[in-house]
Design a protein around this ligand. Structure first.
Ligand SMILES: [Zn+2]
Length: 196
């Protein structure tokens, strides 16, 4: 399905969890796993290298990247949260379509603003954006980090005229119990920690 979309699981050196691998391999014609051993705090570099690879090595219209520690949330959990199912991301026409992400504390990460943990980006946008696509923004004195690479990307994308849409939701694995729904997709059932 979705032949115009290149799905990539952004993975460290460890094996990707079977349910995430099944999700990408069953739903998408073009899916791959990119393992690297860059440290976690080099995440902006990892994302930039992924985008460069996508532009250089594929000719597809969309890049959908998902971090290997995230789990797509199925229709039932999405309904509880009042969001569209994650698969709706595939059908979004927005140049930046992204999933709200549940942080390790069980709450929405990034205060509900753009998160790169699971997002679909258009090739046309990536080609016209200034580089680097992803970078940590520093505070004025350079002594601290002002925002993660997600906020910087969203600002650059807006400056490049991108439409940005939040569709669906993903969670860090381990936050809730994961079980397949009626369609065999993994569903995360959240605990009592959900907040905004
Ligand atoms: Zn971020």
């Amino acid at each position: 399905m979705f032949p115009a979309i290149q799905v990539v699981i952004l993975a460290g050196p460890r094996a990707v969890r079977p349910e995430l691998h099944a999700w990408s391999s069953q739903l998408f014609d073009h899916h791959t796993i990119r393992h690297d051993d860059w440290p976690r705090d080099a995440i902006a570099v990892r994302r930039n290298r992924l985008v460069q690879w996508f532009l250089d090595e594929t000719d597809r219209a969309w890049l959908w990247s998902i971090d290997d520690d995230m789990i797509p949330v199925g229709p039932e959990a999405a309904r509880q949260l009042g969001t569209a199912p994650t698969i709706a991301l595939a059908e979004s026409d927005a140049e930046v379509a992204w999933c709200r992400a549940v942080g390790r504390d069980g709450r929405l990460a990034h205060r509900g603003n753009y998160s790169a943990a699971c997002c679909k980006l258009s090739r046309r946008l990536l080609e016209r954006m200034a580089r680097p696509w992803f970078a940590f923004e520093l505070k004025a004195d350079g002594l601290d980090v002002a925002s993660c690479e997600c906020a910087g990307f969203a600002a650059s994308a807006r400056a490049a005229g991108a439409s940005i849409e939040a569709v669906g939701i993903v969670a860090h694995a381990g936050i809730g119990a994961v079980a397949p729904d009626a369609d065999g997709r993994p569903v995360v059932r959240f605990g009592e920690q959900w907040g905004t």
